[in-house]
Ligand binder design. Structure first.
Ligand code: ZN
Length: 146
């Protein structure tokens, strides 16, 4: 897990226009990525996707997860045990994390490292080698087959 925090300047950070996003995204995509929503479990189109490829940010297209790290967590949301490196800064992960204490729970929020889109949360009950479980809303991701 990185110790980066929202607002930290990093290479290639993008500021997306809200009006443009509202045009481009579905209402659910906008609500989850920009207003920190959560999609209904077992509904996401990428949940059962087992093809080989790369998962990118719905909002900005940044490459976030590789299909080789996707696993069946049984939670109803696409789950990954690792994250890709930032293409513009290989010592950084493609995502950022920050503490989330909403809903009376202490969780770690996962955000796109480029555009700060809300993606989901990361938990420490994942499989080896990382022991992490990135629990990501399907609507926050687009799939690019290899
Ligand atoms: Zn993004």
């Amino acid at each position: 897990m990185t110790d980066s925090q929202a607002g930290t300047q990093r290479p290639g950070k993008v500021q997306l226009d809200e009006a443009d996003l509202r045009n481009r995204l579905t209402p659910e995509e906008f609500q989850v990525t920009r207003e920190h929503g959560t999609e209904q479990p077992w509904t996401g189109p990428l949940l059962e996707n087992k093809e080989s490829g790369t998962y990118t940010c719905t909002c900005c297209g940044a490459e976030l997860f590789d299909s080789s790290t996707k696993f069946d967590s049984g939670t109803g949301w696409p789950s990954f045990y690792d994250v890709l490196k930032d293409k513009d800064a290989a010592d950084l992960a493609a995502i950022e994390t920050k503490p989330d204490t909403s809903r009376g729970k202490i969780r770690t929020e996962v955000l796109c490292g480029k555009c700060d889109a809300h993606l989901g949360h990361v938990f420490t009950d994942g499989p080896q080698p990382t022991g992490l479980r990135y629990c990501i809303n399907s609507v926050c991701l687009k799939f690019q087959p290899n």
